[in-house]
Design a protein around this ligand. Structure first.
Ligand code: ATP
Ligand code: MG
Length: 351
């Protein structure tokens, strides 16, 4: 099966190289039938006109799964390359209707959490479901600035969008082992329904959907309270569902509790297509130095394989990655001095 691979900018090509080596090894040693088709798409190639948005969307529609590296280059902020890259990222999510952004917050074995009381691999393990097709982000294509005096962005919350994301969250909760604390399966609806009507509507629809899932506890929390909860009692969490912008912010917070952005991976999923990518950006400050942590890219690959029905192979990736980390191989962001290539080689050796 062909999979579209977007190499991106900055550390993108370096960490994607790690993911591809792992896919190829799974193919050679274990017969995984995945063929990565690489596309040199990022702010740089958008800036020089090699690619444009429609062309990319046409290509993307040929695939069931996309593996995407981070895009963006601060040097191209003035020429427009980075803005075009953001358009591409958001258009892939909006136009392909990848409505569920699934962001696991999981403390991997061998990784240290800054939360001292939760420093064991099983104590932080929950998933943030970020609504990916509407909310405040949809205003990216239609915000308004009036006479340099006033700016307006609109938040869109629809019944259809909220129903499907709520359903997605409950279906996911069904498949999990529940919260690390007591194994209870729950979905928390996170909003600011006390302040905005659109959020009160979001909460109402979520509540309607929840009545169809008796076996899963439905909970409600304001976004500010959730930010605190994720630090004080992360072990009580199982699945969180929230609007686009809150999901963006809370998932960076969650990432910090499990070792940093290098460990935050994600999937953008529709009913028939998926795009998998690290949560972090192109990290221009460390690009080209072979020191980026490829874990989020590798875990995104694992998530993609699992979603495609190759769960056996994603287990091989995770076991060998965890073994490498447990044996003490650490990139600089983890406090070590391993290069990206050495880190990758250690995983390959463990496979
Ligand atoms: P974006 O606007 O694309 O989200 P950002 O401004 O949030 O980008 P990132 O590129 O995510 O920034 O980087 C934030 C910080 O985290 C940087 O200091 C970067 O070097 C570091 N960082 C991000 N990803 C990694 C990684 N995989 N390995 C090591 N450090 C990383
Ligand atoms: Mg960011």
């Amino acid at each position: 099966m062909d999979v579209m691979v977007l190499n991106g900018d900055g550390i993108g090509p370096e960490i994607m190289n790690a993911a591809i080596k792992i896919i190829n090894k799974l193919h050679e040693n274990f017969g995984l039938n995945i063929n990565p088709v690489e596309y040199d798409i990022g702010a740089v190639t958008l800036d020089n006109g090699k690619w444009d948005l429609d062309h990319i969307l046409d290509e993307a529609r040929k695939y069931k799964a996309i593996l995407k590296a981070p895009m963006g280059d601060p040097k191209l902020r003035n020429t427009g390359g980075t803005e075009k890259a953001l358009d591409v990222i958001l258009s892939l999510r909006f136009d392909l209707d990848l409505y569920a952004n699934v962001r696991p917050v999981r403390l991997l074995p061998g990784v240290e959490s800054p939360l001292k009381s939760y420093n064991n691999p099983d104590s932080i393990n929950y998933t943030i479901i970020r609504e990916n097709s509407e909310g405040l982000y949809s205003s990216h294509f239609g915000g308004l600035v009036l006479r340099d005096e006033l700016a307006i962005d609109n938040q869109t919350i629809t019944r259809k969008g909220t129903e499907r994301i709520s359903r997605f969250a409950f279906e996911l909760a069904k498949k999990t082992k529940g919260s690390p604390k007591d194994g209870k399966k729950s979905v928390v609806c996170v909003d600011k329904s006390n302040v905005l009507r659109s959020f009160a509507f979001f909460r109402k629809i979520f509540s309607e959907v929840s009545s169809r899932y008796d076996e899963i506890v439905a909970k409600y929390m304001y976004a500010d309270a959730m930010a605190q909860h994720m630090i004080i009692r992360p072990d009580e969490l199982n699945v969180i569902v929230t609007e686009n912008m809150f999901g963006d912010v809370l998932s960076d917070l969650g990432a910090a509790t499990v070792g940093g952005l290098g460990f935050a991976y994600s999937g953008n999923i529709s009913d028939n297509m998926g795009m998998f990518e690290p949560v972090h950006g192109s990290a221009p400050d460390i690009a080209g130095r072979n020191i980026a942590n490829p874990t989020a890219m590798i875990m995104s690959t694992s998530m993609m394989l699992d979603w495609l029905g190759f769960g056996k192979f994603s287990k091989i990736i995770e076991d060998s990655l965890f073994n490498a980390i447990r044996s003490g191989v650490r990139t600089p962001d983890m406090g070590g001095n391993a290069t990206t290539s050495y880190f990758t080689e250690s995983i390959l050796k463990n496979m």
